[in-house]
Design a protein around this ligand. Structure first.
Ligand SMILES: CC(=O)N[C@H]1[C@@H](OP(=O)(O)OP(=O)(O)OC[C@H]2O[C@@H](n3ccc(=O)[nH]c3=O)[C@H](O)[C@@H]2O)O[C@H](CO)[C@@H](O)[C@@H]1O[C@H](C)C(=O)N[C@@H](C)C(=O)N[C@H](CCC(=O)O)C(=O)O
Ligand SMILES: Nc1ncnc2c1ncn2[C@@H]1O[C@H](COP(=O)(O)OP(=O)(O)OP(=O)(O)O)[C@@H](O)[C@H]1O
Ligand SMILES: N[C@H](CCC[C@H](N)C(=O)O)C(=O)O
Ligand SMILES: [Mg+2]
Length: 488
């Protein structure tokens, strides 16, 4: 409960009709959740306009409404507040409502197309192992130190973020690592949070349905760094074409990390095998269980971040060698009988798929066959479909195209979009099997002694969404069961 006036602190108000001296129980941006004495925020969304639900929210007991356009009909018992940007207002009000928890711990945001979950989860593990109470807000889960909370978004809405940050503060969490998605920045989900640091991983093709051009996608990511305070650090990957752009206008301390460019934090790959990476960071050799060149970037980023947050170099390097891989990211096992390796990876962008397949190709020791099972999500960027199919076919020996959360789309049409990207010389390598478990089964049947099966796109996910309905589905369980049944 909080007085409306206090909730509105620092929210620029255009027009106020009614009193701001009223008690507010809770804040909602969905009319369906509004109860007696709540505040409703009307948001113009991508599907509908929250302004159409103002009367409904009021009829359910809303005491105040924050909006961008004043309605013709106004209830005299309700306070109406017009703001310029309701997304921004919601974020600032959420921070006020939970008493600005981000200021009471050290919050670090990680943005970029790929590597956010990996980097934040490794940072969480690193700080836990170094003895701190730690928080994590990620695609896979939210962790309030050791308490696990399920999540549906990479970057949740501002009420959810602030609620969980407040729960972290309440139990004495010192550091929280969170993923900052481009949707999150564009929709102001992270506005009003005080960050101690920001990290940029990389920028490649994704979400070009939502951000209409690559330049727009890049500029949204940059906005996160533009908003960092002076005493924060801004750490960027200088081997990425857009790495330097992120720091152009930031007030924060500018830092770089790279394998190929001379900058503040540098690493060298000495060995890259299935068992992990041997890296040289600052003249020290460090072993990591993470696999592939792309993970060398993730490891270097967490090292730099830990140093910037004041941890001791030698201790950090020691802990890095103990860190485990992240759920559904290059998660693999090998069968006992025929030494078939099955890898489940969350590669759902062209660049991620290319990295994972190049990693597999560079570290396979014999002439094993690489069999890839991959699909593309429905109701998401259609332009990445042919690109992902092209990469899968070019870099594998056999490919099975299949479904990955078709959502409301016709699964066959998604596969048609994908197939259009396959080069004629690769046609004979590819087949399509709509049903994902059948596709995985076919891959398992094809696999011979020492072969490698990559199952890409779903990683940690435990569902398959078809026609808007989610059913239980876990790539890891399915491949393990089938290989077991086939006695491979
Ligand atoms: C495209 C997108 O990002 N949509 C997000 C957005 O919803 P929206 O703007 O589309 O909302 P809308 O349905 O048009 O409704 C507008 C407003 O009317 C309200 N409403 C609606 C109906 C009603 O009866 N009453 C009512 O008040 C809604 O609550 C909303 O406030 O704001 C909602 C609240 O924060 C999000 O849940 C929703 O995420 C949807 C479900 C989604 O799928 N988002 C994905 C694309 C996403 O956000 N992904 C990113 C990045 C993923 C990654 O690459 O890692 C993420 O951070 O997860
Ligand atoms: N630093 C990196 N550079 C390029 N590719 C990476 C990197 N780290 C991980 N990947 C690849 O991208 C996939 C997704 O990784 P991760 O889940 O860490 O990314 P994310 O940014 O959190 O993705 P999302 O946008 O879905 O939240 C991995 O499974 C791997 O294939
Ligand atoms: N956070 C990403 C994840 C995609 C994962 C893939 N399995 C899919 O469903 O498309 C998105 O919403 O675009
Ligand atoms: Mg993620």
């Amino acid at each position: 409960m909080m007085i409306l006036k206090d909730i509105l602190y620092k929210v620029g108000l255009d027009i106020v009709i009614g009193s701001t001296d009223v008690q507010i129980n809770d804040i909602h941006f969905d009319s369906r959740a509004v109860k007696e004495n709540d505040l409703f925020v009307a948001i113009k969304g991508t599907a509908v306009d929250g302004h159409d639900y103002i009367e409904k929210a009021v009829s359910q007991g809303a005491k105040a409404v924050v909006l961008e356009v004043m309605p013709d009909y106004q209830d005299e018992n309700v306070t109406y507040i017009k703001v310029e940007n309701a997304h921004k207002a919601l974020a600032l009000m959420a921070a006020n409502f939970y008493e600005n928890p981000s200021r009471q711990l050290k919050l670090v945001g990680v943005t970029g197309t790929n590597g956010k979950t990996t980097t934040t989860s490794l940072l969480y593990q690193l700080f836990k192992k170094s003895g701190f109470k730690t928080g994590l807000i990620s695609t896979v889960e939210i962790l309030i130190d050791e308490k696990v909370v399920a999540t549906k978004h990479t970057t949740p809405d501002p009420m959810t973020i602030n609620k969980h940050l407040a729960a972290m503060v309440a139990i004495g969490v010192d550091y929280c690592f969170m993923e900052v998605s481009s949707h999150g920045i564009a929709q102001e989900r992270v506005t009003g949070l005080e960050f101690a640091g920001g990290v940029f991983t990389n920028l490649t093709h994704d979400h070009l349905d939502y951000h209409s051009t690559f330049a727009e996608y890049r500029d949204v990511k940059k906005r996160f760094f533009d908003q960092l305070p002076k005493d924060a650090f801004a750490l960027t990957n200088l081997d990425d074409k857009n790495g330097a752009v992120m720091l152009q206008n930031t007030k924060a301390k500018k830092l770089g990390y790279a394998l190929k460019t001379f900058t503040d934090y540098r690493a060298q790959i000495i060995e890259n095998q299935f068992g992990g990476l041997l890296l040289k960071i600052n003249e020290h050799e460090v072993w990591s269980k993470m696999v592939g060149e792309f993970n060398a970037y993730n490891v270097l980023a967490i090292y730099a971040c830990a140093i910037e947050l004041g941890l001791e170099e030698i201790e950090v390097l020691e802990v890095i060698s103990q860190l485990e891989g992240v759920s559904g990211r290059f998660q693999y096992f090998t069968t006992v009988e025929n030494r078939i390796t099955a890898i489940v990876d969350y590669a759902h962008t062209p660049d991620a798929l290319k990295n994972v397949l190049e990693t597999i190709n560079s570290i396979r020791t014999r002439n094993e066959t690489v069999i890839t099972v991959v699909g593309c999500g429905g109701d998401r960027d259609t332009s990445k479909r042919p690109k992902m199919a092209h990469i899968a076919a070019a870099l594998s020996d056999q490919v099975i195209f299949t479904s990955d959360n078709p959502r409301t789309e016709d699964p066959q049409l998604i596969l048609d979009d994908m197939e259009a990207g396959v080069e004629p010389q690769d046609y004979k390598k590819t087949i399509t099997i709509l049903d994902r478990s059948q596709a995985i089964k076919a891959a398992a049947k094809m696999a011979d002694k020492n072969d490698i099966i990559l199952i890409a796109g779903k990683g940690h996910e435990t569902y398959q969404e078809i026609n808007g309905v989610r059913s239980d589905f876990d790539d890891r369980k399915i491949i393990a069961d089938i290989l077991n049944k086939l006695n491979k």
